[in-house]
Design a protein around this ligand. Structure first.
Ligand code: NAD
Ligand code: TYD
Length: 339
């Protein structure tokens, strides 16, 4: 049995990743360590919580002693615990620096000092590259694109990303990094644009579109991201960075109209609102390295079918997002673990 320590496994990508590993790798165990911040939700994992190959530990990645103890049980680490929302980082960057930079350093030191933990995978983001111009339609981020983060969130993720690079270089640690574009799918916290817009429309509310709505994002289904993470963990070359993308660029206006149409709503439900400060214009990923070297390519992200399935998931799981939006979900684990 191989034991993977997943950090942040109660969040959106983490919960999907834990489920993906248990389903596709019968010889793997997963330990999920998560602090259960506002975006950590154990209800994302109720279907697998009694699986004998799965264990949840409430813990903070900034807690060196707790992380050291977990490293002694781990054959590999998939680190995705983070503060993850750009808008929140603009309101207060403190927890972003503390968790995404400080927490990553604590975790790297715990892994380094452990006699057991092997490969360390850092789940980074395409936002470390900054922004592309709208006019330059052929440009894409490659792994060689200079890092130029623009939001406090992106800067904090870049800090963690560069620490991973430095720990590989300085200490010879076996570290690999993935830099992925925007994910969509089930269990995404409804502060991010797709679940926010879908659930607003179900509630009869308008959808707040930032600025002129022409900003472009590349959209990847979360299961494609999970498969990429597992592929890099198992086959990636040590010290390397792998871009992960869906080759699926959509402007926010296009995305919004696609959601409106799937929901049977018209353009009058759009509310143009003040733009996000420093709003990155365009992200586009060249993912040819992971395809060429490791044979990964997206198979579940095709538009608009994958978007339709995701919209359908939120439509058919109102109890999940209503409990998240009302804050009710926290009661479930506050009873077990305290506040
Ligand atoms: P999320 O906010 O849904 O989940 C983050 C999880 O980390 C939560 O469960 C939270 O409780 C946990 N966490 C936060 N601080 C912690 C701490 N100090 N100690 C332990 N656990 C802590 O985020 P997500 O969208 O699932 O993103 C997961 C990772 O993927 C992040 O590292 C993010 O930067 C990266 N990423 C996300 C996207 C995307 O589109 N969502 C794209 C590329 C990369
Ligand atoms: P988001 O889901 O926050 O992801 P990120 O900022 O990491 O790309 O936002 C995706 C895009 O949608 C981004 O260009 C900002 C835009 N957006 C809106 O127009 N309105 C909203 O209410 C939100 C949350 C995002």
């Amino acid at each position: 049995m191989t034991t993977i320590l997943v950090t942040g496994g109660a969040g959106f990508i983490g919960a999907n990743f834990v489920r993906f590993v248990l389903r596709h790798r019968p010889s793997y165990r997963v330990i999920n360590v998560d602090a259960l911040t506002y975006s950590g939700n154990l209800e994302n994992l109720t279907d697998i919580e009694s699986d004998s190959r799965y264990r949840f530990v409430r813990g903070d990645i900034r807690d060196g002693a707790a992380m050291a103890a977990l490293m002694d049980e781990a054959d590999a680490v998939v680190h995705m615990a983070a503060e993850s929302h750009v808008d929140r980082s603009i309101l207060d960057s403190t927890p972003f620096i503390q968790t995404n930079v400080g927490g990553t350093q604590v975790l790297l030191d715990a892994a380094r000092k452990s006699g057991r933990a092997g490969r360390f995978l850092y789940v980074s983001t395409d936002e470390v590259y900054g922004s592309l111009a709208l006019e330059d339609t052929d440009a894409k981020f490659t792994e060689e694109t200079p890092l130029a983060p623009n939001s406090p969130y992106a800067a904090s993720k870049t800090g963690g990303d560069l620490l991973c690079r430095a720990y590989h270089h300085t200490f010879g640690m076996d570290i690999v990094t993935t830099r992925c574009s925007n994910n969509f799918g089930p269990y995404q916290f409804p502060e991010k644009v797709i679940p926010l817009f879908v659930t607003n429309l179900i509630e009869g509310k308008k959808v707040p579109l930032y600025g002129d709505g022409l900003n472009v994002r590349d959209w990847l289904h979360v299961d494609d991201h999970c498969e990429a993470i597992l592929t890099v963990l198992e086959k990636g070359r040590s010290g390397e960075v792998y871009n992960v993308g869906g080759n699926n660029e959509q402007s926010n206006v296009e995305l919004t109209h696609a959601i409106l149409s799937l929901m049977g709503c018209g353009g009058e439900m759009i509310q143009y609102v003040t733009d996000r400060p420093g709003h990155d214009r365009r992200y586009a990923i060249d993912a040819s390295k992971i395809e060429r070297e490791l044979g990964w390519r997206p198979t579940r992200s095709a538009w608009p079918g994958a978007l339709r399935e995701t919209v359908e998931w939120y439509r058919t799981n109102p109890a999940w997002w209503q409990r998240v939006k009302s804050g009710e979900y926290r009661r479930y684990y506050e009873q077990q673990y305290g506040g």
